[in-house]
Every structure is written in C-alpha cells, then in structure tokens.
Design a binder for this molecule. Structure first.
Ligand code: ATP
Length: 218
C-alpha cells in the first residue's frame, strides 16, 4: 500500500512553498495522496493572524483540482487546541496498517521536541522532512534529545516508509523556495504584491476579505 502523506500547518496563508512541499513529497516518497490539516488554535505558537475558517477556505481553494490532495477540517472545526498527536491518533485508527507520513519542513522538524507528546509521534506515523532555505538539516545540528530519539530512524531511503506503518524519518530535497507565510503577510501589510507567491484564487480571496492589511502584532 502506498503511504498517505499528512501536512499540517497554520497556512496563514497557504503559499507555493506548502504546495511544492506536498507535490514533491508525493514524487520523492511515492505517496498516494496528501491530506492537508489546517490547525485550529495551535498551542505552541502565537495565534494565527486570521481565523480558522478563512485559513481552511484558502487551503481548499489552493488544492482544488488536485485529485491527490484532500483537506481535513477536523482541527479547524474543533474548539480544543490543535495537537498533531491527537490528529495522528485519529488518522492511525482509520488507516489500519497503512503507512502514514507526517510531512514538514526542516524548520518544523528542528523544533519537534517542543511538540505535545512528541515522542509518541514516531509510533503513529513516519516523518518526511523537506529541506527549507535557511534551515540546516544535519543530524549533528539537531537538539540533543531529538538526535537521540532519531538515531536509529533517520535516512534518505523512501522505500523504508513501506516497510511498516510508522517510525522512520526520511529527509528529501525539494526545490528551494524561500517563501513563508510571514513574508506574504508582511508584503500584504505593506501594500506590496504577493502575486506568484501563492495561487491566484488565494490572492483573490485575501483581497475580497481584506485580510492581512495590518502588520503582525497589531
Ligand atoms: P510562518 O511564516 O507564519 O511561520 P510558514 O510559511 O512556515 O509560516 P506553516 O503553516 O507554519 O507556514 O508551515 C506548515 C509546514 O510547511 C511546516 O512544516 C513548514 O516547515 C513547511 N513549509 C512552509 N514553507 C515552506 C517552504 N518554503 N519550504 C519548505 N517547507 C515549508
């Protein structure tokens, strides 16, 4: 069974860095599909700039038309804080023995040891880590407890993801795109163009709803 990818994030807003991450993960890791999970209220970082329903709708518009992409709205519908481990428990229960691959950029992976019940993630899914400009992905640079937890799991062989339902960490290279949601928000707040940084339907949605007109922190 080909693995199912899972991509969580605040998507505040979704941009081409996210979309290429999912697209290139499908190729590099031979995923059958990617399930997108916009976070509701992520507990480990500042509140998203726009509310969950807008972020969900932007993800829906961005992935529309790609039959390999599906949107999971469970976290945005829930009033509880969004924890990846909780979503993975739900998805694991539904997936049986099928491999699940939690996708993330190198920046997110380097902070993994701060996530709620992070050690349990390895029992629920594999982890697929994409390179991201500005973030070094070398095991010597990992925080000590992350390095220790990953010591016997880490590799670059996507075939390892089919050998079991969970537990491997596989890094893959993606086309470097130095785009972040923070950059998109800063440009919008400054009245600058975000065309070609994110899909047109998302840009139109942002315009229609007057989103991100103020700088972060306001
Ligand atoms: P912000 O700038 O608000 O921190 P972000 O652009 O990092 O946001 P998130 O929604 O926090 O977006 O990211 C969701 C996931 O996508 C994370 O795992 C992150 O590492 C990854 N990601 C985002 N942008 C890129 C990119 N340009 N290249 C590789 N991975 C990315």
């Amino acid at each position: 069974m080909r693995p199912c990818g899972i991509l969580g994030g605040t998507f505040d807003p979704i941009h081409f860095g996210h979309l290429r991450l999912a697209e290139e993960a499908c190729e590099a890791l031979d995923l059958a599909e990617v399930r997108w999970i916009p976070a509701g209220q992520p507990p480990h970082r500042a509140a998203p700039r726009v509310d969950a329903m807008h972020r969900l709708e932007m993800v829906r518009r961005a992935v529309a038309g790609n039959p390999a992409f599906a949107v999971d709205d469970a976290e945005t519908r829930s009033a509880a804080p969004s924890y990846t481990v909780t979503s993975l428990e739900r998805l694991r229960a539904a997936a049986g023995a099928r491999p699940l691959v939690l996708l993330m950029g190198a920046d997110a992976f380097l902070g993994l040891a701060s996530w709620h019940r992070w050690r349990e993630l390895f029992a629920l899914a594999h982890i697929g880590v994409a390179t991201r400009p500005g973030f070094e992905f070398s095991p010597q640079e990992f925080p000590a407890e992350l390095a220790e937890a990953c010591a016997d799991r880490l590799g670059r062989n996507p075939g390892a993801l089919r050998e079991g339902p969970a537990g491997q960490v596989v890094a893959f290279d993606m086309t470097p795109l130095d785009i972040s949601a923070s950059l998109v928000r800063a440009r919008l707040a400054a009245g600058l163009s975000v065309r070609y940084l994110l899909p047109d339907p998302v840009r139109e949605y942002i315009d229609q709803h007057h989103l991100y007109r103020m700088p972060d922190g306001r």
